[in-house]
Design a protein around this ligand. Structure first.
Ligand SMILES: Cc1cc2nc3c(=O)[nH]c(=O)nc-3n(C[C@H](O)[C@H](O)[C@H](O)COP(=O)(O)O)c2cc1C
Length: 201
């Protein structure tokens, strides 16, 4: 009988702990940490454009990145149109002097640009990129930062695209977040370097 009461009390304790909102927060925080650690750059994709609801969740997470003085200096251009995606890939390859697909077959690309007149634009845009990459992983999509957005949108062709999209202002390309359903297992991360962190206690 004594055992029965002890077990019941233990069970009630566990249930109470699980329903405690503070514990719930701690549990979901751990999920967030796991997501941050397990995200990897994906370099092989399925052809199909991801479900728009998933893409919108990722994009929304991007818009909640912190920005200097809350300036929200970046913008995100979500490209799912095949022709435009291919053209961006071609311009990007042209910067490198190659003819391959630097977007690794990803069907969509989230281009992040930021308003150069804001002193923190580069940091702001980079944090948006980080949010997009991590959010993509959180909803089961693959992603990778593809560079040379600056060069592409500094070029005449890039400027013409911005004009065509109705984007006016002094924007610099920060990065291309290619995104799609992965067609590969996530690679193992490199071990973190020994002198990454210094504790000053
Ligand atoms: C600023 C920046 C530029 C990058 N440019 C490219 C790129 O052009 N092509 C590419 O394949 N990966 C690019 N990457 C992805 C990195 O190669 C990748 O993050 C790194 O190898 C670590 O791998 P992980 O993302 O899987 O942890 C870039 C990443 C960053 C942060």
């Amino acid at each position: 009988m004594k055992h029965y009461f002890l077990s019941a009390a233990l069970l009630l304790g566990i249930l109470a702990a699980c329903s405690n909102p503070q514990n719930e927060t701690a549990m979901s925080r751990n999920e967030t940490l796991e997501n941050l650690k397990t995200r990897r750059s994906i370099r092989a994709y399925q052809d199909s454009v991801p479900d728009m609801n998933l893409l919108k969740q990722v994009i929304e997470a991007g818009t909640y990145a912190p920005t200097g003085k809350g300036s929200q200096s970046p913008i995100i251009v979500a490209v799912t149109d095949r022709e435009t995606r291919d053209y961006l890939s071609k311009l990007n390859a042209g910067i490198m002097g190659t003819s391959g697909d630097p977007f690794y077959g990803a069907p969509a690309v989230l281009v992040v640009l930021a308003d150069k007149s804001v002193p923190t634009y580069l940091y702001d845009g980079s944090l948006v990129m980080g949010n997009l990459l991590n959010a993509a992983h959180a909803v089961g999509l693959g992603s990778c930062w593809i560079h040379r957005a600056k060069e592409v949108f500094d070029s005449e062709e890039g400027k013409a695209l911005l004009k065509k999209w109705g984007i006016e202002g002094d924007y610099e390309g920060i990065g291309n977040c290619i995104i799609g359903y992965p067609a590969q297992e996530a690679p193992q991360p490199k071990p973190r370097k020994a002198d990454y962190v210094y504790f000053v206690e």
